[in-house]
Design a protein around this ligand. Structure first.
Ligand SMILES: *Cc1c(COP(=O)(O)O)cnc(C)c1O
Length: 383
């Protein structure tokens, strides 16, 4: 049996909505379906303001522009993240400052963040790994004390909550991803949440995403032609993609339910190995409502992790171990980081293994994974 690490889930209505967008000749950005997606998300997640973007990467870049990130500004983020988190800062001459993570959730370690605040710190970009919230309330308090911006990298955190408030709506801004590997997808897509009513900032966000023009005012009939007013780029997704995404968002609860079932299946059969000290599972803190984006286990060491991965591979089961810590990667070394700068992050990433989790997985596939994963873990024995 072959089991891929990830397969996209289709609801079946995507194609109908795309067809409708085509028939209505609404295929570029900000059409009918973009509006529908925005209003669905705003209502369901209680979002103050948001714009759809071509990716979470672009949402992060827009956020860096909106906080006027300047060369020399420092932004604190976990090293355990996707390169986009750091790139958004570096593209504007800013400097990523990498912090450690906590073992229970692999989310940013707030004590380390506080240690790394300097007079050049402008912002914090916390990540919600696997859709389990970091201590975002404490980060907001810290940011207030030190007058910093908080941009949530909630790329994996769509439809997850902390203390009943949706991820992405806690910070000054929040970034969502609708990439093909995420829970709810349109292949490539994202959103920037602007958790403010500051008209100036909201207007600038529209300009940045519309190639530096005031096209938005034109669309609203406030001016009779639009022109270049400021620096910007093209971050507007096609309405064809928003049609696809709308179908997925309509099935959001169904998709989440399917993921939850797989998550519980893993949790139940792996519990005995946790009790025997052979592996650890990530914890879901009490105030978190997760979206079941990932299922991650921690092995006792890198050797066992690699053995597990290789053995499963031989049985046709693909697993993964993202992220490679940013500070220890090639680009991180160019920033002046070295091995052992963040020992906890390095150790955790070496022990980590992510198991397949997606709505299309069948009971047979899960039983097959259980069989081979168990036989390997039984072989490790107790220390
Ligand atoms: C997926 C991901 C991104 C990038 O999202 P895109 O929409 O592909 O640009 C950024 N940060 C994190 C933590 C992610 O998981």
């Amino acid at each position: 049996m072959n089991i891929s690490f990830y397969e996209p889930y289709y609801t079946g209505t995507e194609i109908n909505y795309i067809k409708e967008a085509m028939e209505q000749h609404q295929i570029s950005g900000d059409g009918h379906y973009t509006e529908k997606v925005v209003s669905l998300l705003k209502n369901k997640f209680e979002i103050l303001n948001m714009v759809m973007t071509t990716s979470a990467t672009h949402a992060l870049e827009m956020a860096a522009l909106l906080i006027d990130l300047q060369p020399g500004d420092e932004v604190i983020m976990p090293s355990f993240s996707f390169p986009s988190t750091a790139n958004a800062v570096m593209l504007h001459g800013g400097k990523p400052v990498f912090s450690e993570i906590e073992e229970a959730t692999l989310n940013i370690d707030i004590k380390d963040v506080e240690r790394k605040i300097s007079k050049n710190t402008k912002a914090i970009i916390p990540v919600h790994y696997g859709g389990i919230a970091c201590k975002i309330d404490k980060i907001m308090a810290l940011a207030e004390t030190y007058h910093l911006y908080v941009i949530e990298d909630a790329a994996q955190g769509v439809n997850a909550k902390f203390k009943e408030k949706h991820l992405g709506t806690w910070g000054h801004m929040g970034c969502y991803s609708f990439h093909g590997t995420k829970n709810y997808t349109c292949g490539e897509g994202g959103a920037l949440l602007l958790n403010t009513n500051d008209e100036q900032l909201l207007y600038r966000a529209e300009i940045i995403r519309q190639k530096g023009t005031n096209r938005r005012k034109f669309m609203l009939g406030e001016i009779d032609k639009y022109s270049w007013v400021d620096m910007g780029s093209s971050y507007t997704p096609s309405d064809l993609l928003m049609a696809f995404l709308y179908a997925q968002l309509e099935s959001m609860d169904h998709i989440t339910q399917k993921r939850r079932a797989i998550h519980s299946y893993y949790e139940n059969f792996l519990k005995r190995y946790v009790d025997r000290g052979i592996i650890k599972m990530l914890q879901t803190p009490i105030d978190c409502t997760p979206n079941f984006h990932l299922f991650t286990i921690l092995c006792r060491n890198e050797r066992e992790r690699n053995m597990l991965m290789d053995n499963l591979k031989k049985k046709g089961i693909t697993t993964a171990f993202h992220f490679v810590p940013l500070h220890s990667s090639t680009a991180g070394q160019k920033l002046g980081y070295h091995q052992n700068d963040l020992p906890l992050t390095e150790n955790l990433s070496k022990c980590l293994l992510r198991l397949p989790i997606y709505p299309g997985m069948t009971a047979e596939q899960l039983a097959y994974i259980q069989k081979h994963l168990s036989s390997c873990l039984d072989g490790f024995g107790e220390l």
